[in-house]
Design a protein around this ligand. Structure first.
Ligand code: GDP
Ligand code: MG
Length: 301
C-alpha cells in the first residue's frame, strides 16, 4: 500500500488535480467542484500497486485538526504540496502549513518523498507577468528552500502533462518500473502504429496518440473492451496472458494482455503505414518483461 497525501490551502486545486488525473474528468468538468470537507481517501490500483490518495481539505479549522491528529498524516509515502500561484497573498501561510505538515509526518516516524506543485500556471484568469513573478517568489519561500522538494509547474489545463507527472510520481519509488516505462516510451517514439500501454483497469502507462485518454484513464469504450477481454482471459482462457484481435474494413485492433496486469493495445487505420513485424515483436517482448517487473513491484508493497 502506498499513501499519497495532497496538501495545501483551501482552493489551491487539490481536488481538481486528483479529478483530472486519476479521476478521469476533464478540466471543464471540475470547474464547479465544491470544497472538500475534512479529508477524502480514494483507493486506486495502478499497475498492480495499491495506492491510497488522501485529499486533505485546506480550510483553517481542518488544517489545525490534521496537525493535532498526527495519525492522519502518518505513514505518508509521497507528500505532494500544492501551492496556488494565483494566490500570492497567502504564500506565507501556505509555506508555514507545508512546514508544519512535514514536521508532523517526521515526528510520527515517517520519511516521505516530498514534491511541490507550483500550480495554476496558466493565464486563464490571471495576467502573465504577475504569474511569472509569483513563480520566482514561490521558489524563495523558506520551507521550499529548506526541504528542496522535487518541483513541477502544473495546470489542470495541461491535462496530459499533469497526468504524465502524476504517473511518474506514482512509480517514483520503483526504479525498475521507471525503467520499464522509459523503455516503452522509446519504442513508441519509433513506431507508426497507434499504441496504448495501460494496466488492465485502463490506467494509462504511456501512449503515442492524442485524445485517447482523460487524465490517466483510458477512453471509456477502449477501457471497457480491455476489461471484457481480461475477464475472458481469466475465466474462459484460464491463462496469464492472452491475445485478442478485432477487425473491420476500416480498423484493425490488437490487444495483448501480459501477466494478468499489463495491456498493450495496437490500433491501425485502413491505409495507414504499418510497422515491421520485428519492431512490434520487440516492443511486445519488452512489455512482457515489464509485466514481470510490475508483478515484482506489487509484491513489495
Ligand atoms: N486557473 C486554474 N484554476 C484551477 C486550477 N486547478 C484548480 N483550479 C480552480 O481552483 C478552484 C479550487 O479548486 P479545488 O480543486 O476545489 O481546490 P481544493 O480546495 O484545493 O480542493 C476551482 O475553481 C478550480 O476550478 C488550475 O490549474 N488553473
Ligand atoms: Mg478540495
Amino acid at each position: 500500500m502506498m499513501k499519497v497525501s495532497l496538501v495545501g490551502l483551501s482552493g489551491c486545486g487539490k481536488t481538481s488535480i486528483y479529478s483530472t488525473t486519476l479521476g478521469g474528468m476533464t478540466p471543464s468538468e471540475v470547474e464547479h467542484l465544491g470544497p472538500t470537507v475534512m479529508y477524502e481517501v480514494k483507493s486506486h490500483n495502478y499497475l498492480g500497486l495499491q495506492i491510497s490518495l488522501w485529499d486533505f481539505g485546506g480550510q483553517e479549522e481542518y488544517r489545525k485538526n490534521y496537525l493535532e491528529t498526527p495519525k492522519l498524516l502518518a505513514n505518508t509515502n509521497l507528500l505532494i504540496f500544492i501551492l496556488d500561484l494565483h494566490n500570492p497573498e497567502d504564500y506565507d501561510k501556505a509555506d508555514s502549513y507545508f512546514n508544519d505538515v512535514y514536521t508532523s509526518i517526521k515526528k510520527s516516524g515517517g520519511s516521505p518523498t516530498v514534491f511541490i506543485f507550483y500550480h495554476k500556471f496558466d493565464t486563464e484568469k490571471y495576467p502573465e507577468d504577475k504569474l511569472n513573478q509569483n513563480l520566482t517568489r514561490a521558489k524563495e519561500l523558506p520551507t521550499v528552500k529548506k526541504l528542496k522538494p522535487r518541483s513541477f509547474v502544473t495546470s489542470i489545463f495541461r491535462q496530459e502533462e499533469l497526468s504524465e507527472i502524476f504517473r511518474q510520481l506514482l512509480i517514483s519509488d520503483f526504479d525498475e518500473l521507471k525503467k520499464g516505462v522509459e523503455q516503452a516510451q522509446e519504442y513508441l517514439l519509433k513506431l507508426k502504429s497507434k499504441i496504448i500501454v495501460s494496466d488492465v483497469n485502463g490506467n494509462v502507462v504511456t501512449h503515442n496518440i492524442k485524445g485517447f485518454a482523460t487524465g490517466i484513464q483510458l477512453r471509456e469504450d477502449l477501457r471497457d473492451y480491455i476489461l471484457a477481454c481480461n475477464v475472458l482471459r481469466e475465466n474462459f482462457l484460464s491463462s496469464e496472458s492472452a491475445f485478442f484481435t478485432a477487425q473491420s474494413d476500416k480498423k484493425d485492433l490488437k490487444l495483448h494482455i501480459f501477466n494478468y496486469v499489463l495491456s498493450v493495445l495496437i490500433m491501425q487505420d485502413e491505409g495507414a503505414p504499418t510497422d515491421p513485424k520485428e519492431d512490434i515483436d520487440n516492443l511486445l517482448k519488452e512489455m512482457k518483461i515489464f509485466s514481470d517487473l510490475i508483478i515484482d513491484a506489487s509484491k513489495e508493497t
